[in-house]
Design a protein around this ligand. Structure first.
Ligand SMILES: [Zn+2]
Length: 507
């Protein structure tokens, strides 16, 4: 049985359900958070399929302080924002806030993968007073919360500690404030100079109402407070949060003993290890959700997350030569299983990976397509090959599917293809370089391979190059080796613009 169906089965009859997940948008979002979004999406959809009512929310924790500076940021420009809520920091570029900038990018990725939770911004939940009741309860029961922290996680808070951090009205920071008294209306607080190492407070002290967005709960209290407000019934998190005495444990005690509700069902999931050192350094492919989204079709990426049960780590290294081709093969077997009604588990895994309408399509294996493309077969030749294998003509659905796969094989060849075939070191003569410059600026717009072939031949001749020398320059610039197929078709297969770009950058 598909793992999300098992989770849902245990929740049948306990609804209506609210499945929730959350993320602090402190920078580019890591692919690990994508696993969270998709696990919750699979569970939410499994609940619906089993006839339960279910709602799926995703909280962007944008009221959290900036507590670290990602290396890709302008450090000088952003260090003054350390300690300030992410929702009050300007975006690194363009309009809007820092948190919107990164959260929207992440949202675009998971929406593209067919996960469409309702987005809630924690800064807005606070501002609109949605968490006021939970804040009042937490402040009234501050001692109880303190003893839960102590008993569950062993952490000691100073006497009189309150589970609340105001935004300092003087310096705007939220990461530096310490509340020390609560009179039922206002909290007394100080903006501490040295409470945290990553930000410095301004020493302001005063009184402020804790409601309506004037501050926030610490996250181990905020977590159960949002469960209380929303009525969350299912929320998982990375396994490291779910250890005994960990933040989940503390939150579970608080929801029971302070808010008098049952904790949501947990789905404590394992990590995804994305790529080896080799890939991130030499290929410039980071481990952000966006980076992995760009190298796989959405359905195949969904499949990657669906096929590994949440309790198991995913070790995904796309720079390994067989990783991506194998994933496509497994995906194709999933389609076959679905339509032939064999291997129900694999069939279900494939089915939940589909976005929109489920279609049966004929496609070529990734490795075969790769072979054909390395040998510079045209789209028409690839279709002809596919028709031979299918033993009938291709439908328009088949052709679309093959075209899409061609796109991702191209990406694969560009990003990872050369790990198997080292570039030869070939140096070009001055005249050959001159030829490339000439071709890069003067090659006429044409779709005729013959015309391109002749153009290169004639220009080479005019420069005093032999045909062999002229075409060698083209191969070196485009393929990194001294030999290749007919130069005209090679240029066309890459696209004129792309080929010209490569010619002009060669030196
Ligand atoms: Zn301050």
């Amino acid at each position: 049985m598909f793992w999300a169906d098992i989770i849902a089965k245990n929740l049948v009859g306990k609804g209506p359900h609210l499945v929730d997940d959350a993320k602090t948008p402190s920078g580019r979002v890591h692919v690990g958070a994508l696993r969270g979004v998709l696990i919750h999406d699979f569970v939410h959809k499994a609940l619906l399929e089993q006839g339960e009512k279910s709602r799926y929310t995703y909280i962007i924790d944008d009221f959290d302080p900036m507590d670290g500076l990602p290396v890709y940021l302008d450090q000088e420009k952003f260090k003054k924002f350390m300690g300030v809520p992410l929702s009050k920091i300007p975006a690194p570029e363009g309009e809007g806030t820092y948190s919107e900038y990164y959260a929207r990018d992440f949202q675009e990725v998971f929406n593209g993968l067919g996960a469409n939770p309702e987005i809630l911004w924690s800064s807005k939940l606070y501002q609109e007073g949605k968490l006021d009741e939970a804040i009042k309860i937490a402040l009234d029961k501050a001692e109880k919360i303190q003893s839960i922290y102590h008993e569950v996680s062993g952490s000691e808070k100073v006497k009189g500690w309150l589970p609340f951090q105001p935004v300092c009205p003087n310096c705007g920071k939220i990461g530096t404030t310490l509340a020390t008294a609560w009179d039922g209306q206002e909290v007394t607080f100080t903006c501490e100079k040295d409470m945290v190492t990553w930000a410095q407070g301004c020493s302001y002290s005063g009184k402020i109402s804790p409601f309506g967005g004037n501050g926030k709960l610490p996250w181990k209290v905020e977590w159960p407070a949002t469960w209380f407000y929303l009525g969350v019934t299912v929320e998982g998190a990375g396994k490291d949060h779910s250890s005994k005495g960990g933040s989940r444990d503390v939150a579970n005690h608080i929801i029971k003993e302070v808010y008098h509700q049952d904790p949501p069902a947990d789905v404590a999931y394992e990590h995804i290890l994305f790529g080896g050192r080799k890939m991130s350094s030499s290929k410039g492919l980071g481990s952000s959700a966006r980076a992995v989204y760009e190298i796989l079709p959405p359905e195949v990426l969904r499949f990657l997350f669906a096929r590994v049960p949440y309790q198991r780590a995913i070790n995904f290294d796309p720079s390994e030569p067989s990783t991506i081709p194998d994933l496509f093969d497994e995906f194709d077997r999933g389609q076959k299983a679905y339509f032939s009604k064999e291997n129900p588990d694999l069939a279900k895994t494939w089915q939940v990976s589909q976005i929109g309408e489920v279609k049966e399509e004929f496609n070529l294996r990734f490795n075969l397509l790769k072979e054909l493309m390395v040998n510079l077969k045209s789209e028409e030749e690839i279709f002809a090959e596919a028709e031979k294998l299918k033993s009938s003509s291709l439908s328009s659905i088949d052709k679309e599917a093959i075209k899409l796969r061609i796109k991702y094989v191209k990406i694969w060849l560009e990003k990872f293809g050369q790990t198997q075939e080292q570039k030869e070191e070939v140096s070009l003569s001055e005249k050959q370089k001159q030829l490339l410059k000439l071709v890069s600026t003067e090659l006429p717009e044409t779709t005729s391979a013959e015309e391109i072939q002749n153009y290169i031949y004639n220009k080479g001749k005019a420069l005093g190059l032999t045909p062999k020398e002229a075409f060698q320059a083209v191969y070196v610039a485009l393929l990194g080796k001294s030999q290749g197929p007919q130069a005209g078709s090679l240029v066309l297969s890459l696209g004129l613009e792309e080929a010209k770009k490569k010619f002009s950058s060669y030196d």
